[in-house]
Design a protein around this ligand. Structure first.
Ligand code: 13P
Length: 352
């Protein structure tokens, strides 16, 4: 085995870090608008609409055409491949609308979850032809990508096999993205569902993240040109209130400090089924905790990453309700998304 490997050129590295810096601009975060087909189908059904290409386009147009005030709080948006190629009802490419506002388009490139045989876990598919798709999405205007792997906590899961396998899958994905000029968002998502305690969640995340970063280094991923997307370290949803927000903030930061290299520029959190308010409170607590540790360690930063939101549901719950599938409600629904983005922008600064 040779260790004399070919890395990205300086120019390629610079291109990636320019994108990570723009995404991590102070007080800004990401909107995840890449619901899987059946997820958006459920949401459309709730507002009386069928799960058609046109109805999905309509909802996503609502997000993409919100007032430019959104760009004060939002630096990027994750689209599905379908949305990346779509246009507004006036015929303007979504990508152009976003670029004009200064919001960076990204794209979900994973192929969804499949059972991992002989375990109770899942793995994420979609590596076949990923390099071809990444090259096409880059040409179409995407500047970053997202790939989610998922774990659930039960007495017997996640298995070591799924932890090892998903870490390799994430690393392979990240290397393919970077080779094609896209910043990979690396998303190991430990589900909040369940009744596990905070300590168990922390242990699982420590093992998961340490495997992910070992794999990323093995696959020669340029860490400065990546972002980590993770859930908050919390007790399971059914016992969420057994710990305070301050305890959740402290556990989350400790877990990240133990496992995420300082070269990673930013960590963006998913909301994972938390309510809009809880997601904001968790982020606020995490950023406040990070600031405390900075003050304690006077020699330098122990918390080297920018921390912000990359929420799907927690930015859009109310907007879906307000929209209710009706054109007349679009403006009001857009205002709701901006309002939630602003609140989370404050939380990303520990000022909520
Ligand atoms: P939620 O914030 O709804 O969990 O979605 C974020 C996401 O993109 C998960 O992959």
């Amino acid at each position: 085995m040779t260790t004399n490997v070919q890395h990205l050129s300086k120019q390629q590295c610079l291109e990636l870090t320019k994108v990570t810096s723009a995404i991590l601009a102070k007080g800004k975060g990401i909107i995840a608008a890449d619901d899987a087909l059946d997820d958006i189908g459920r949401k459309l059904k709730n507002v009386g609409l069928e799960n058609t290409v046109e109805n999905r386009r309509k909802y996503r147009e609502l997000l993409i055409t919100a007032d430019k005030e959104m760009a004060l709080y939002v630096s990027g948006i994750i689209l599905t491949p379908e949305t990346l190629y779509q246009k507004t009802s006036n015929g303007v490419r979504f990508v152009d609308v976003l670029n004009q506002k200064g919001i960076i388009p990204g794209v979900n490139v994973d192929g969804g979850l499949v059972d991992l045989p002989f375990t109770e876990d899942v793995a994420t598919q979609g590596l076949d032809n990923l390099h071809v798709r990444c090259a096409e999405y880059k040409k179409e205007g995407a500047r970053f990508a997202k790939w989610r792997v998922a774990y659930k906590i039960t007495e017997t899961t996640p298995s070591m096999l799924s932890i090892q396998e998903n870490a390799k899958i994430l690393a392979r994905y990240a290397s393919i993205c970077q080779a094609n000029g896209l910043v990979p968002i690396v998303e190991p998502d430990v589900s909040i569902e369940g009744n596990h305690d905070l300590e168990r969640c922390q242990k699982v995340y420590e093992v998961v993240l340490s495997h992910v970063y070992k794999a990323l280094v093995d696959y020669k991923v340029y860490l400065e040109g990546t972002l980590l997307k993770t859930a908050f370290v919390t007790p399971g949803l059914s016992v969420l209130k057994s710990k305070t927000m301050a305890q959740i903030g402290a556990a989350t930061i400790s877990t990240l400090q133990r496992t995420v290299p300082a070269a990673v520029p930013g960590i963006v959190f998913l909301s994972g089924g938390l309510s809009e308010t809880d997601a904001t409170l968790c982020l606020n607590s995490v950023t406040k905790e990070a600031a405390t540790r900075l003050t304690i360690d006077k020699r330098g930063s122990k918390c080297p990453w920018t921390l912000t939101f990359c929420y799907g549901r927690a930015l859009q719950f109310t907007a879906w309700k307000v929209w209710d599938g009706k054109d007349k409600n679009v403006k009001e629904a857009q205002e709701e998304v901006i309002k939630r983005s602003k609140t989370n922008s404050l939380a990303s600064l520990g000022k909520y």
